[in-house]
Design a protein around this ligand. Structure first.
Ligand code: FE
Length: 364
């Protein structure tokens, strides 16, 4: 009884009446314990109800979706944005201490690098496997595509014709001498394009192709994809290679200059009679040392749901990764096309070979 006495529950002397009091004290203690346990559980739950994202995509392209995810699930998303290569370096440096649960970046070549750097883990999700076509995800589940971009040929309407064009391979023909604008070989988009050609045609043929393509360049590579389209529009070259979303952004953008430049250009889908136009993705993977793995998988599945796909693709003028979500009206206006169906992880596997081929070809 002393214990209860100290708690002030019963009086010093035990009487039969006291047993009732003791009994009610037991109940109180049990209730108290239950309350404390549930509070601890709630706190643990609060701590677990977040997910940390490293994103190489700009905040405006992803934040509104993350906010919607928080509204729907109560899971807080902490977002760090940065340059793709810097974020990968950071993940490597942080190792097991990284706060990041998910890496969002562009190009399968980069996702493959992250996988090779051992900063991602494979995850299985029936939902993701059902909605994301197999060629747009890593076979073991290390990363998943979230949007699709193509890298077609653009031509100046007043100086070139669609009927003169057919394939990437054909751009090495002598008749295109001095006509082609394309960015540098240290750009991942070109590395992935060349990787797709090595996969299709082999190293030797691709190297010969690259050598001839370099001879056909109107100027030493410089600038980004938009700059190639602008250069062709202004007459520095007739043909440019660029990702579709840059063309979309120029057409629909605020800059009158870019809208005018884009209006002088037309899009051509190469390789329609063979393997199809080269495509790539933006995508995401769960980090190897994710502390909020379950939440990260939930977020990945959320980003792949129908309404997220629609928003995510349209915001950056990309194609949804899902076949059952329609592209925007602008993208549809470019027509349907056959895309290269190669599994994009292959592009990662051929990346270093592609870099060497471009080096040997003198592609700056
Ligand atoms: Fe880009």
């Amino acid at each position: 009884m002393r214990f209860y006495y100290h708690l002030g529950i019963v009086e010093k002397s035990s009487t039969s009446k006291d047993y009732k009091i003791v009994f009610s004290a037991y109940i109180r203690i049990i209730l108290c314990a239950i309350f404390m346990l549930s509070t601890t559980a709630a706190m643990a739950n609060t701590a677990a109800s977040e997910v940390n994202v490293y994103s190489a995509r700009k905040e405006a392209l992803i934040k509104p979706l993350l906010d919607r995810f928080t509204q729907e699930t109560g899971i807080k998303v902490n977002l760090v944005t940065g340059k793709a290569d810097a974020l990968l370096k950071r993940l490597e440096t942080e190792g097991r201490n990284t706060p990041a649960d998910m890496l969002i970046t562009t190009d399968a070549g980069r996702l493959y690098r992250a996988q090779q750097a051992d900063v991602l883990q494979a995850i299985q999700s029936k939902t993701l496997e059902q909605v994301i076509p197999a060629n747009y995800r890593e076979p073991a589940g290390y990363w998943y595509g979230l949007s699709v971009r193509a890298r077609p040929i653009f031509f100046a309407k007043d100086r070139a014709k669609a009927s003169d064009l057919s394939s990437y391979e054909q751009l090495a023909d002598q008749r295109f001498k001095g006509q082609i604008c394309i960015r540098s070989s240290n750009n991942i988009y070109n590395q992935s394009l060349v990787a797709s050609m090595i996969k299709a045609n082999g190293v030797e043929k691709t190297e010969q192709w690259a050598k001839n393509l370099v001879k056909n360049m109107a100027r030493p590579p410089r600038g980004g994809d938009r700059d190639q389209i602008r250069a062709a529009a202004s007459g520095q070259c007739n043909i440019a290679i660029a990702n579709t979303y840059y063309f979309g952004a120029m057409m629909a953008g605020k800059k009158q200059k870019d809208r005018t430049a884009a209006s002088k250009m037309a899009l051509f889908w190469p390789n329609q009679d063979t393997r199809g136009t080269h495509v790539n993705i933006s995508g995401a993977g769960i980090t190897k040392h994710a502390k909020h793995r379950t939440n990260a998988i939930l977020l990945l599945e959320f980003l792949a749901n129908k309404s997220s796909q629609k928003w995510y693709a349209e915001t950056n003028h990309e194609y949804p990764v899902r076949n059952d979500v329609e592209a925007s009206a602008l993208l549809k206006s470019w027509g349907n096309f056959k895309s290269d169906a190669v599994n994009l992880s292959i592009l990662g596997q051929y990346n270093s070979e592609a870099v060497k081929v471009m080096d040997r070809a003198g592609w700056k």
